[in-house]
Design a binder for this molecule. Structure first.
Ligand code: NAD
Length: 435
């Protein structure tokens, strides 16, 4: 099939590359010419394991092209996939300006029947507006479908090629048939719904996962007070098939480009219809507070942080990605700076992005080139992202190289019995303190 993908971010680029891998002819479009130039040169502007190799292979096979020429890409294609961003407005609502611009542009160049697919996460009712925005520009036939994306950054290629389910929301059987055909090699788990339900499935899924995270984090906080171990609690809970074991890892809370934005948007969607989504508001609040637990533990052990040297391992919101949007590390670092701490930080992939986005003018952060430089002479070390290099770090070496002995593990990556063999003073989340 001939497909145009509009937007070459985490979703658009991965989808485009994977649809090419399945034998389709794909043209990826972006308005940023520098991004397209990079892609044509065989370089991915984002870090996503396995993506670059797959992209080069499909480009060389002639199934994958990149362009800023929106009109030609649309005209050549049978299916147009919209994958532009829907960031938050200051009030938490989704900003639909990019979706509207793309829909109008599609309308202005449409040259015959096409299926227009919205993959971006959009509030319920948006695809009806997409129909109107296109219709305002053209009398050509088209159908619109909502096919929300569920990939996870860090495992996006694998998720796209092995999805749990494909949701196809459309009122047109013709469009549904085209999209069944497109997704047939990926899964037989297609959920066909009306458009609004498909839009809601995406928000409800993310809101539910965020709820699971905030729930286990609150259980962890209580575990710390009653001297229970949240890992054992989560294991015992997760074996119940009604609960399931995933998303029950306590930590410093969720971040990233989806959960924070989508939970806020759903609260707003409900609020606009006079529905007070109390549960989800609490989930968001708990998540904000959870980031503070790192600071609480530092205060408990070091007291005043003025002039203290604090090492930070990990800046990305999770391992496997260079995405730093809404990363918990930002809040934590900002608060440490406000309290006068001296910071040494390192992330194996996301460091440049993080620095550029949040702290390009900040001179009081020592951006280290090596994870061990962070440890040398620190009063405390805080692990904020569970990158493999940190997970596998030698605990004895941490103990030897640090000035102090405080290790704050925000992701529960180290085994308590291993830590207890060292002289480290170890705090994790919802587990007993060691030494
Ligand atoms: P992104 O910000 O990484 O990429 C969006 C891209 O769209 C950018 O490259 C931008 O230049 C391009 N763009 C914007 N307007 C354009 C236009 N008029 N023409 C051509 N290109 C244009 O965004 P993302 O993270 O890929 O997310 C895209 C959507 O998918 C969002 O709605 C997001 O909520 C949703 N989503 C994201 C993820 C994720 O993990 N990132 C997962 C599931 C769903």
């Amino acid at each position: 099939m001939k497909i145009a993908v509009i937007g070459t971010g985490y979703v658009g680029l991965v989808s485009g590359v994977c649809f090419a891998e399945l034998g389709n002819e794909v043209i990826c479009v972006d308005k940023l010419s520098e991004k397209i130039a990079m892609l044509i040169a065989g370089k991915t502007p984002i870090y996503e394991p396995g993506l670059q190799e797959l992209m080069i292979r499909n480009s060389n096979a002639g199934r994958l092209r990149f362009t800023t020429d929106f009109a030609s890409a649309i005209r050549e294609s049978e299916i147009v996939i919209i994958a532009v961003g829907t960031p938050s407005l200051p009030n938490g609502e989704a900003n639909l300006e990019f979706i509207q611009a793309v829909a109008s542009e599609i309308g202005s160049v449409l040259n015959g029947y096409k299926v227009i697919v919205t993959k971006s996460t959009v509030p319920v009712g948006t695809n009806d507006q997409v129909v109107n925005w296109i219709r305002e520009q053209t009398a050509q036939p088209f159908d619109v479908a909502s096919v929300p994306e569920f990939l996870r950054e860090g495992t996006a290629v694998r998720d796209t090629l092995n999805p749990d389910r494909i949701v196809i929301g459309t009122s047109s059987q013709r469009a549904a048939n085209v999209l069944y055909e497109l997704h047939r090699p990926l899964t037989d788990q297609v959920v066909q719904t009306d458009i609004r339900s498909a839009e809601m499935i995406k928000y409800a899924s993310n809101a539910f996962l965020a709820t699971k995270i905030s729930f286990i984090n609150e259980i962890a906080n209580i575990c710390e007070k009653v001297e229970a171990n949240v890992e054992e609690v989560a294991r015992g809970m997760g074996l119940d098939s009604r609960i399931g074991s995933s998303f029950l890892r306590a930590g410093i809370g969720y971040g990233g480009s989806c959960f924070p934005k989508d939970t806020q948007a759903l609260i707003q969607i409900a609020g606009n219809l006079s529905y007070d989504f109390k549960l989800l508001k609490s989930v968001v609040e708990v998540n904000k507070l959870q980031r503070g637990s790192v600071l609480d533990k530092l205060h408990e052990t070091l007291g005043n942080l003025q002039g203290r040297i604090i090492g930070i391992w990990g800046l990305a919101f999770k391992p496997g990605t260079d995405d730093v949007r809404e990363a918990p590390a930002f809040d934590i670092i900002q608060r440490l700076l406000d309290e006068g701490a001296e910071l040494k930080v390192y992330d194996p992939i996301a460091q440049d992005n993080f620095r550029q986005v949040y702290f390009s003018d900040e001179t009081s952060i020592n951006w280290c080139n090596d994870m061990w430089d962070v440890v040398d002479n620190s009063d405390a070390l805080c692990l904020l992202t569970e990158w493999d290099c940190f997970v596998k770090a030698d605990l004895e070496e941490i103990d030897l190289r640090m000035h102090g002995s405080i290790l704050i593990d925000g992701r529960n990556v180290y085994r308590l019995e291993d830590v207890s063999k060292t002289g480290l003073h170890y705090y994790s989340v919802g587990r007993p303190v060691i030494n």
